[in-house]
Design a protein around this ligand. Structure first.
Ligand SMILES: [Zn+2]
Length: 263
């Protein structure tokens, strides 16, 4: 019987707690245009080197349908059929194709962090941050010594809340820390509660990528026809696009990705 006993695990209070935490982890924090949002980006958990994972995403919008997937090529995991479509469109020499490529097929940088929306305290939720925001937050951490010392705004006791606003036009986002430091929660028990909830928001999962064939099938389905990803195209420039956003705020002068992030 010992073989059977070794086959199964158990489900008890600890498992129920993990399940409940996952249920309460909530949806992504979103930024509405023109509405500053006060959030606290949470520190890395022990064993993590960063408070976020750094990814590249494709965000494709066709009519009411959307596809948001991580890009295996830009993340150095493998080939990407969506990037191949981007390359193909950019190479035709047709301005309409080039516009369609930039509108729908270029991967955009994102950092995915765990955060608390101060209007909904007690919930740990994922938040997607554009390159613009990450560049601004990196500046806060690095400072400009000796005049300005860098600060770890994520610190659980003496870090800072952040005020982030999506502007809708260039430079797209503003992000700054508030004047006064604060803990992530008002009591030690509250801080430990947040730490426990953080474990239910698995950042590594956010960086997973689909296999090439899966991506190709998703793209074909989105583009409606069941054909290969290489067939569609051309008309994308005429489709309603989302809010323009820069692909990489940290690289001034780079061309912009006109897809709206899902965050
Ligand atoms: Zn790609």
């Amino acid at each position: 019987m010992s073989n059977i006993a070794n086959t199964f695990g158990s489900f008890g209070a600890e498992g129920a707690k993990t399940t409940a935490q996952a249920m309460s982890s909530g949806d992504w924090i979103k930024f509405d245009k023109g509405v500053p949002k006060l959030i606290r980006i949470l520190p890395p958990l022990a064993g993590e080197s960063l408070p976020w994972v750094l990814i590249y995403q494709h965000f494709i919008k066709v009519g009411d349908k959307r596809l948001t997937v991580n890009c295996p090529r830009k993340m150095n995991v493998g080939p990407c059929p969506i990037c191949e479509e981007y390359d193909r469109l950019m190479a035709t020499g047709n301005p309409t194709d080039e516009a369609a490529a930039k509108e729908n097929f270029r991967p955009s940088f994102r950092a995915i962090a765990r955060a608390i929306d101060r209007e909904r305290p007690g919930m740990v939720r994922p938040v997607g941050l554009s390159g613009t925001v990450v560049g601004l937050l990196n500046t806060i951490v690095k400072g400009k010594p000796p005049a300005v010392q860098g600060v770890d705004f994520t610190h659980h006791e003496h870090g800072y809340d952040l005020l982030i606003e999506y502007l809708g036009t260039s430079p797209w986002y503003t992000a700054q820390k508030v004047d006064q430091p604060s803990p992530i929660a008002s009591s030690e028990a509250g801080i430990l509660d947040i730490a426990a909830k953080m474990k239910a928001v698995n950042l590594a999962d956010k960086a997973k990528v689909f296999d090439y064939n899966v991506l190709q099938a998703k793209l074909a389905e989105l583009l409606g026809g069941g054909g290969s990803a290489a067939q569609p195209v051309g008309g994308f420039a005429a489709m309603p696009g989302g809010q323009p956003q820069p692909a990489l705020g940290a690289t001034p002068g780079s061309t912009i990705n006109t897809s709206k992030a899902p965050f």
